[in-house]
Design a protein around this ligand. Structure first.
Ligand SMILES: [Zn+2]
Length: 99
């Protein structure tokens, strides 16, 4: 797993730069604006789709208390967003606005 690189100057984004602001990321080296590729957007949505099905499973097919789902989704979103998402990002040059 590697962190995304700038499409203009190939400088690597830092982990911190990839948290919270994922759609568009301005390179600190060359100031070029990078936008997420379509493929990357799919990869980012996928964990949440999986989490949704896990929540349905917990809610309907286990006898765990309801708050367990709440704890699960908070922990999942935090871990996914902070630890894994930065490595799923792949940027293209700014002109790709179609999605
Ligand atoms: Zn750059």
């Amino acid at each position: 797993m590697t962190l995304p690189i700038c499409t203009y100057c190939q400088a690597s984004f830092t982990w911190k730069q990839c948290i919270g602001r994922v759609d568009r990321n301005q390179c600190t080296e060359c100031l070029g604006v990078n936008t997420l590729s379509k493929k990357s957007k799919m990869f980012i949505v996928l964990p949440y789709v999986v989490a949704f099905f896990i929540m349905i499973y917990i809610g309907f097919f286990t006898s765990l208390p309801g708050y367990f789902n709440g704890i699960f989704i908070v922990a999942f979103v935090f871990v996914n967003h902070v630890l894994f998402q930065p490595f799923l990002l792949h940027y293209t040059k700014e002109q790709d606005h179609s999605f």
